[in-house]
Design a protein around this ligand. Structure first.
Ligand code: ZN
Ligand code: ZN
Length: 391
């Protein structure tokens, strides 16, 4: 592991910053305090700052020399609407909000890299430090793109990083191809004709139809999608009837869930097949199906060239501790919207062992401060290699 001495000497400051952010979590598009701190620190480092992109987003731009290549580095800033249960000196001070995904660490590491690069100036070209709001399901990346992120700050490549428990803090995974799944929502209303529970023949029972639909749902993954292509379909919500009215067959059953895939083809297939099953089931039971599939986040698929560049930087810092085979996650990350605009690579930085079994989105999760130095070293090395000075 090679961490420059200047980064090591900034670690007390960065660790204090990380813990301060942890103690003051803010939800998506509400990152007023966090983005103000980010903007102030970037300005203090002599970096030009654009605020308010995508609501609370911040972009810092550092141009050095006459190199023409431009790259974007992305950190997400938001926390989650959940309580923090673990006791720690910097525990969340806001009831019902916590940094359970480590975005406090992501923000800190990108600030660390910006400070270091602005001081050492060891590259030639342009780097955009992209501090994104609202990664956790609120659409921050899409909003930044819609607000003109890539028109205002053109990028020839864009990089994202996420902490990963289970990898040691001196390990990093840099893998080409699919990293994170598409994350889409679907909703189905089965509309029958409500009737007396004792006289089902006088109505059209949507509950029995729902049972048939649900028991057939996994045949989409099991029988229709290519067995060599990962896919997940889950029903996560079922609403119907009233437990206080056990002699009433209701008019409607509402079902909702998620669908995940790593390729556009399988994503299309899931959308079509859930709908076909819904319509077919409704036809079979003589009722009506209303189906909607909401495309939320595309899959994150690492570009081969950007991955090779990230891998070079990772090897410079982590030596043989770089993992090039690592299973993709069925979670999603809206970094995917950035990866649609420029060749992208999303890497996993070790967060050490899962303390007390706490993984991402657990009420006891915490970013590991031991990962700050390695993360800052990776970002700075990536910029130095990507935007190598002439001669
Ligand atoms: Zn998360
Ligand atoms: Zn996250």
């Amino acid at each position: 592991m090679r961490i420059p001495a200047e980064i090591e000497s900034d670690l007390p400051f960065l660790t204090a910053l990380r813990r301060d952010l942890h103690a003051h979590p803010e939800l998506g598009f509400e990152e007023e305090r966090t983005s103000a701190i980010v903007a102030k620190l970037l300005e203090e480092a002599g970096i030009s700052v654009h605020r308010g992109l995508g609501g609370t987003g911040v972009v810092g731009t550092l141009q050095i020399g006459n190199g023409t290549r431009r790259i974007g580095l992305r950190a997400d800033m938001d926390a989650l609407a959940m309580p923090e249960t673990a006791e720690r000196p910097y525990k969340s001070t806001v009831t019902g909000k916590m940094h359970a995904c480590g975005h406090d660490g992501h923000t800190t590491m990108l600030i660390g890299a910006a400070r270091h690069l602005a001081a050492t100036r060891g590259f030639s070209g342009t780097v955009h430090f992209i501090f994104q709001p609202a990664e956790e399901g609120r659409g921050g990346a899409k909003r930044m793109v819609e607000d003109g992120l890539f028109e205002l700050f053109p990028c020839d490549a864009v990089y994202g990083l996420h902490n990963m428990p289970g990898l040691a803090v001196d390990e990093m995974a840099v893998v080409s191809g699919p990293q994170l799944a598409s994350s889409d929502s679907w909703r189905l209303t089965l509309r029958g004709t409500g009737t007396h529970g004792a006289k089902p023949h006088l109505g059209r029972d949507p509950i029995t139809a729902a049972g048939t639909f649900l028991s057939s749902l996994q045949t989409i993954v099991g029988r229709i999608v290519d067995p060599l292509q990962p896919a997940v379909v889950s029903a996560c919500s079922v609403q119907a009837g009233d437990p206080k009215a056990l002699n009433v067959i209701p008019d409607i059953v509402e079902i909702g869930g998620t669908a995940r895939a790593y390729s556009p083809e399988v994503r299309d297939q899931l959308e079509a097949e859930i709908g076909r099953l819904a319509q077919g089931t409704a036809l079979m039971f003589g009722i009506v199906a209303e189906y909607a599939f909401e495309r939320r986040i595309p899959p994150v698929v690492n570009d081969a060239d950007a991955t090779a560049r990230a891998l070079g930087a990772a090897v410079d810092v982590f030596d043989a501790k770089v993992v090039t085979h690592f299973p993709p996650s069925t979670a999603g990350d809206d970094f995917a919207f950035f990866g649609q605009k420029a060749p992208g690579c999303y890497v996993w930085l070790g967060n050490g062992p899962a303390v007390d079994g706490a993984l991402h989105h657990n009420t006891a999760y915490d970013f590991n401060d031991g990962a700050i130095g390695p993360g800052v070293a990776f970002w700075t090395r990536l910029v130095e290699r990507e935007l190598a000075s002439e001669g």
